[in-house]
Design a protein around this ligand. Structure first.
Ligand SMILES: [Cu+2]
Length: 276
C-alpha cells in the first residue's frame, strides 16, 4: 500500500488547487487540495471540477479502489464528503461526526472501494455555506459496470448549480460566461444536473423536452418527460435531450431573479445549441 502511494505521487499531475486523478494505477485516484490561496480557492476549485472514478479508457469502474489525499492548505479547517457514495462510516468526511476537522496544514487520506454508480459529488462538509459556496466541490461520476443504452449519449455534460458568494452559477460561471451545450441535429445529450447551492433551481429548457432517467445516481423506474426540472440542494438528476429542433435554445433557471434583470439575462443561463 505504501508503495502504491509513492508510485501514485510520483506520477500525479499537480495543478493549482485541484482535485487530481492519476492514471498510474487505475485503482488509485489521488486528490490534492493544495497551492491554494485563501482569496482564490473557491474559483480555482470550482473551475476544475470533475473527479472521475474511472480512467481514460472509460472502463466500467464501479468497484474501483480510490484513494483521495486531502492536503489542507487553506487558512481554515475543512474535509471532503463524497455525496451520494455509500461509504464506510469512517470515510464519510463529516467533522465531529466521522472524523476530526482537517486543520490548516494537516492531511487526511480517504480510501474506499467505489460502491455505487451514478452522478455523485464531492464537497467540503465544514463551514460549507462558505466553502462550498466558494467552490470546494466537484462532480464524482461513477461509470456503472452494466451499461444502459443511455450510457452512451453523443454529448455528455455536467451542470453544477451554485448560488453562493460567486452568485448564480453553472459550473462556476454566470451568463454570459457560461459554456453553451452544443450538439448536432439528431444527437442525444445527457445532462447531469447537480445542485451544490442553498436554493432550489427549476431548470427550464426551451424548444425540446428532457427525459429524466436517474435521480441521485439511481435509474428511475420509468423515464419521464418534462421541460422544467426542479433541482433541490444536494440533488442530482440525469436527463436526456433528443436534439430534434435546430437552433440556439435558452436553458435557464426559472426563478427569474436568478436569470434576468433589467440589464438582460445573467446568472443561471446557458444555451443548448442544436446545429443543423
Ligand atoms: Cu435558480
Amino acid at each position: 500500500m505504501a508503495d502504491e502511494t509513492t508510485e501514485a505521487r510520483s506520477s500525479r499531475k499537480v495543478r493549482e488547487g485541484i482535485v487530481i486523478s492519476t492514471k498510474m494505477d487505475k485503482t488509485v485516484v489521488v486528490a490534492v487540495v493544495d497551492r491554494v490561496r485563501h482569496r482564490r480557492y473557491g474559483k480555482t476549485l470550482q473551475r476544475t471540477n470533475h473527479l472521475y472514478a474511472h480512467d481514460e479508457t472509460n472502463d466500467a469502474n464501479e468497484g474501483d479502489r480510490v484513494r483521495v489525499v486531502l492536503h489542507n492548505q487553506l487558512p481554515e479547517s475543512t474535509s471532503i464528503h463524497f455525496h451520494g457514495l455509500e461509504l464506510p462510516n469512517a470515510m464519510d468526511g463529516v467533522p465531529f461526526v466521522t472524523q476530526p476537522p482537517v486543520k490548516p496544514g494537516e492531511s487526511f487520506t480517504y480510501e474506499f472501494t467505489v460502491p455505487n454508480a451514478g452522478s455523485h459529488m464531492y464537497h467540503s462538509h465544514h463551514n460549507a455555506a462558505k466553502q462550498v459556496g466558494l467552490g470546494l466541490l466537484g462532480a464524482f461520476i461513477v461509470e456503472p459496470k452494466e451499461k444502459a443504452p443511455h450510457d452512451a449519449p453523443d454529448v455528455d455534460e455536467v451542470l453544477i448549480l451554485n448560488d453562493g458568494a460567486h452568485g448564480y452559477t453553472f459550473n462556476g460561471k454566470s451568463f454570459p460566461a457560461t459554456k453553451p451545450i452544443v450538439a448536432k441535429l439528431g444527437q442525444t445529450v445527457r445532462i447531469r444536473f447537480m445542485n451544490e447551492g442553498m436554493m432550489i433551481h427549476p431548470m427550464h429548457l426551451h424548444g425540446m423536452h428532457m427525459t429524466v432517467i436517474a435521480k441521485d445516481g439511481w435509474p428511475v423506474p420509468a423515464p419521464w418527460k418534462c421541460d422544467t426540472l426542479n433541482v433541490a440542494p444536494g440533488e442530482r438528476w440525469d436527463a436526456i435531450v433528443h436534439c430534434t429542433n435546430p437552433g440556439t435554445w435558452a436553458f435557464h433557471c426559472h426563478i427569474l431573479p436568478h436569470a434576468e434583470s433589467d440589464h438582460g439575462m445573467f446568472g443561471m443561463v446557458t444555451a443548448l445549441v442544436v446545429q443543423k
